[in-house]
Design a protein around this ligand. Structure first.
Ligand code: NAG
Ligand code: NAG
Ligand code: NAG
Ligand code: NAG
Ligand code: NAG
Ligand code: NAG
Ligand code: NAG
Ligand code: NAG
Ligand code: NAG
Ligand code: NAG
Length: 866
């Protein structure tokens, strides 16, 4: 019963300081060997192992190079342990490994840590090691010895990210990172495809480390101290038997231990961190002595005193591997006990112990990841783009959005605006085949706009503003932009001169760069056409001026509406109270006497708002209606440009409909708001001469005062027509996605009916409480499909809990759908819309809409000022 302990095995893998022999160079094509913390370019071949090490500079962006303290240095230490990279800044720091053999292969990955008191704190940090998005291990190292963490991993992506994560217990660091391609049959856990973290790899009967080139896979075989044992060895080579797949090197198998007392057992014991921790154990054995005919060596295997397997009889100079897996104990003792018939003592050559872990391996699609890495390097981007682009969620790459389905993470949006990109658009982007939104605005990009952008079938939003591309743009791209399948933002040809406005010549600035505005350039505009347009514009301006006085009539205010900048400062109490951000500037609240006012200041940097500013001031000075926000005054003092409006206490309609607002607008209130806004628009279309098209009707441009009375606002894009009843062809399409009239988009023919379309979308929003475009669903299509299914009650905003009048609801839906008819001639006029809404409001039996529409196509010529 008195059994002696031959071995004591410590879980932590202490790296014994022994000198391995240098062997002839072998194939390192499956290796990535990184010595962390050496200066870039100081790559070298390790004299002891013959392994070629490179600096980590091209595998990671973060961290700083450090050296261990001089006290900790020693000649016996592996040279890789004398420097390290530490990470004082970021929480998460990732090395990107891209083995050329790619995914589908099994790799051994080894992270090596030697603290060496580099920070002179005498206290090593604790931190977490991740493989991509999956936790691998907590790193817990000793002050004065090196520790290895190893994992055998079947890669399902081409990219392998090794990440060090600060957990608040000191700055992570790393000394060396090694990746080795294994043969695919080695350490296979084929059923569950788990990865194996190394718990122990022990070579018996020696005091020397064995690794490359004795082991062509560069596994490190650690020696172990033992008592009451005897080392045996052979100089003959040990071949691999058919039962082993692990390719254990001959050098490892040719040494072994036997008990000093020939009849005694051999023990190998360890403690588990957790009972549920599973173990994979590989016992590699080979007979290394030459046996006489009457000699036998035979032993049984016991685990925690239970018979496990046997009898086993090692084959002469041939390696066999016995594999087993187990869990459910807090400590383990493996016993090898000779059988009664054995004439020789039991023996151990080598044992490996692993813990299988399941890694989810959720990573960005390889092709997308390749594009992202190549884009990063092409433009020398210095932002914190590291690790996988899409996971984990909280360290997704800046400006990148990914699809969130479980099996395949794809890049669906990339925002590189203001990123200092220069050169051409990289062809790599062609491989982002499911991208929906690409923002390359405000960089220094040059060259031509590549045609492949038109073949990205999911691309809906492309912003190229603020670069210097050559023209013309690819015809395919323009075609997509024109038929509405792509929102393209780019300035009009030749319009690079954004300074025009501050020089005081607003008319030069041709294009709106309002953020919400879609601009499509028709590249093929003939010179004659441009001339014609200029003439028309000049003529309009002239006529408008001539008519201003007649329109203003009784509304002319005696007071000069112009304010100085210092007056505006006083009104707004030095711009202390911001109440919103408008299309081209910030909106402040102010006080004129006792009356509250809203002051929109054109931001000084935004030269592009200048034209809207002029246009809006002119328009508001001439247009007065109870459902149009009224102008109190304006300021135009050099770069200080501002407009002062009446104060609208209840903000914009969108805030009441979509934001999680507490007070749900009642059905009646919605009808009233729709009716108010319709009257404002009707006045612009039919009450002004020439008629004015608002061009940007949407919920956020409908403001509500303290009595929830609705008024139209934001006339920066509005245009007046001279030619009565005719359409107006423009080179620039403006409006907001979701509200934009598709017919106008395709034909460039602007009429009041484009506003009717947008107003129809507003009505749908009022009815449904849904935004024009939400999670890719376009409200018009949605309502259409619901109507076709006949489920009108499901259209109405559920927050009303059924509290609405069914008849008027039907009527509203019908009216809204008529407004958004694809064909502008079939849409009602605003006159019709106002009448319909009025009948709805009164709850009267509605007219037949189709009938009233057919009456209403007359014209907008009648001068019906009211
Ligand atoms: C095996 O045979 C040899 C002689 O051939 C003898 O010396 C030895 O004692 C025998 N050993 C055993 C265990 O019988
Ligand atoms: C684990 O061990 C306990 C006794 O220690 C035993 O009752 C239990 O059945 C074991 N569970 C498994 C899954 O082997
Ligand atoms: C020992 O060897 C004898 C004869 O070869 C055999 O009959 C017996 O079963 C063996 N005993 C064991 C425990 O293997
Ligand atoms: C993405 O999916 C994961 C799990 O399916 C979920 O936890 C996460 O919140 C989702 N993220 C977003 C932005 O929807
Ligand atoms: C891109 O980021 C900028 C801020 O850097 C932001 O103004 C812009 O709206 C973003 N673009 C998109 C398409 O979200
Ligand atoms: C764009 O390039 C010009 C000239 O090469 C340079 O002066 C300017 O600073 C660059 N702008 C940006 C935003 O990089
Ligand atoms: C796109 O991906 C394919 C296949 O992965 C690759 O061959 C090609 O070079 C990539 N294209 C670009 C422009 O990077
Ligand atoms: C680029 O245009 C898109 C709309 O097409 C817009 O959402 C985005 O904010 C714009 N980017 C910048 C920097 O203004
Ligand atoms: C745009 O590029 C042209 C040459 O392609 C160059 O002459 C011009 O100065 C550039 N403009 C800006 C604003 O960088
Ligand atoms: C727009 O044009 C593109 C290219 O010509 C075509 O693929 C797409 O289907 C069209 N989309 C619509 C909505 O007409």
């Amino acid at each position: 019963m008195a059994l002696f302990r031959n071995f004591y095995y410590v879980l932590m893998l202490q790296v014994a300081l022994t000198i391995a022999m240098v062997h002839a160079q072998d194939d390192q094509s499956g290796f990535i060997s990184i010595d962390c913390g050496i200066t870039e370019g100081s790559d070298y071949t390790d004299k002891r192992t013959g392994i070629n090490y490179v600096s980590d500079a091209r595998f990671i962006d973060s961290g700083i190079n450090q050296e261990i303290s001089s006290m900790s240095k020693s000649d016996t230490l592996d040279i890789q342990f004398s420097t390290l990279r530490s990470f004082p800044q970021n929480t998460r720091n990732c090395y990107t490994l891209r083995p050329k053999q790619g995914k589908g292969n099994r790799y051994l990955i080894r992270a090596r840590f030697n603290y060496g008191n580099y920070d002179l704190k005498g206290q090593p940090p604790k931190f977490d090691l991740y493989l991509g998005n999956d936790p691998w291990s907590r790193v817990n190292v000793k002050v004065s010895s090196a520790t290895d963490y190893e994992i055998i991993h079947l890669a399902s992506s081409d990219y392998i990210y090794v990440c060090l994560v600060n957990i608040g217990l000191g700055n992570p660091f790393i000394s060396a990172l090694e990746l080795r391609l294994l043969d695919s049959t080695m350490y296979a856990d084929d059923k569950k495809l788990r990865s194996l973290t190394l718990s122990a790899r022990t070579n018996f009967g020696t005091s020397k480390i064995v690794r490359y080139a004795d082991d062509k896979y560069d596994r490190i075989w650690y020696p172990i101290a033992s008592t009451n044992t005897k080392d045996i060895q052979t100089s003959s080579p040990i071949s691999l038997g058919s039962s082993t797949k692990e390719s254990v090197p001959s050098k490892v198998m040719s040494t072994a231990v036997i008990p000093a007392n020939p009849t005694a057992d051999l023990f190998y014991s360890w403690t588990a961190t957790d009972k549920t921790e599973e173990y994979f154990m590989y016992i590699h054995y080979a007979e290394i002595e030459t046996l006489e005919g009457n000699e036998t060596r035979e032993f049984n295997i016991y685990l925690n005193d239970a018979y496990w397997d046997g009898p086993i009889s090692p084959t002469d100079h041939t390696t066999s591997t016995y594999f087993t897996s187990f869990y459910n104990a807090s400590s383990y003792e493996l016993t090898l006990r000779r059988t009664i018939n054995s004439t020789l003592p039991t023996m151990m050559n080598a044992i490996e112990l692993y813990n299988p872990i399941h890694l989810q391996q959720r990573q960005t699609d390889d092709k997308d990841a390749t594009t992202m890495w190549s884009t990063k390097s092409t433009y020398g981007l210095k932002r914190n783009w590291q690790g996988d682009p899409c996971v984990p969620q909280d360290s997704m790459w800046d400006g990148v959005k990914c699809s969130n389905d479980t099996d395949n993470l794809r890049i669906i949006s990339m925002n590189l605006s203001f990123s200092g990109l220069s050169g051409e658009i990289t062809p790599a982007l062609a491989n982002l085949t499911v991208i929906q939104s690409l923002d390359l605005s405000y960089n220094n990009l040059t060259g031509s706009v590549p045609t492949f952008l038109a073949s990205l079938n999911f691309l809906k939003n492309l912003n190229l503003t603020g670069n210097n591309f050559t023209r013309p743009l690819p015809a395919e791209l323009l075609k997509k932009a024109k038929n509405g399948s792509l929102f393209l933002s780019i300035e009009e040809d030749g319009d690079q001169d954004t300074d025009a406005c501050s020089k005081g010549s607003c008319k030069k600035s041709k294009t709106s760069k309002n953020k919400n505005v879609v601009i499509v350039v028709i590249a093929t505009v003939a010179a004659i056409f441009v001339l014609l347009t200029i003439l028309i514009v000049l003529w309009i301006t002239k006529r408008r001026r001539a008519q201003d006085s007649s329109i203003r009539d009784e509304f002319i205010e005696p007071r000069n509406q112009r304010f100085t900048y210092s007056e505006v400062q006083r009104i707004t109490n030095s711009f202390s109270n911001v109440i919103g951000k408008g299309g081209f500037g910030t909106v402040f609240s102010g006080l004129i006497g006792d009356t509250r006012a809203a002051v929109k200041m054109l931001s000084e940097s935004s030269a592009q708002g200048c034209r809207e500013f002029q246009s809006e001031v002119h328009l508001l000075m001439s247009v007065h209606h109870k459902n149009i926000t009224s102008l109190v005054g304006y300021c135009d003092e050099g770069s200080h440009k501002g407009i002062i409006y009446e104060y609208m206490a209840n903000g914009n309609l969108g805030m009441h409909l979509f934001d999680a607002s507490q007070n749900v607008l009642s059905w009646k209130k919605r009808l009233q708001i729709g009716y108010d806004a319709a009257q404002g628009l009707e006045y612009m279309h039919h009450g002004c001469k020439p008629p004015i098209v608002h061009r940007d009707v949407k919920c956020s441009n409908i403001l509500l005062n303290e009595k929830l009375q609705a008024k139209l606002a934001d006339f920066g894009l509005s245009r007046a027509f001279t030619t009565e009843g005719a359409t107006h062809v423009s080179t620039v399409i403006a409006g907001t996605p979701g509200y934009l009239d598709p017919e106008y988009y395709t034909t460039n023919r602007l009429t009041e009916k484009s506003d009717v379309y947008s107003f129809g979308v507003v009505l749908l929003e009022l009815i449904t409480g849904r935004a024009a475009i939400s999670t890719d669903i376009y409200i018009v299509n949605w309502v259409k499909s619901m109507v076709e299914k006949g489920s009108v009650e499901n259209i109405i905003d559920p927050r009303l809990y059924g509290d609405f009048d069914v008849n008027t609801a039907w009527k509203m839906v019908e009216l809204a759908m008529a407004c958004v008819d694809m064909s502008s001639v079939k849409r009602p006029t605003m006159n019709d819309v106002v009448m319909e809404l009025q009948t709805c409001l009164k709850g009267a039996k509605p007219n037949n809409l189709n009938h009233s529409m057919s009456l209403s196509l007359e014209s907008m010529s009648g001068p019906n000022l009211r």
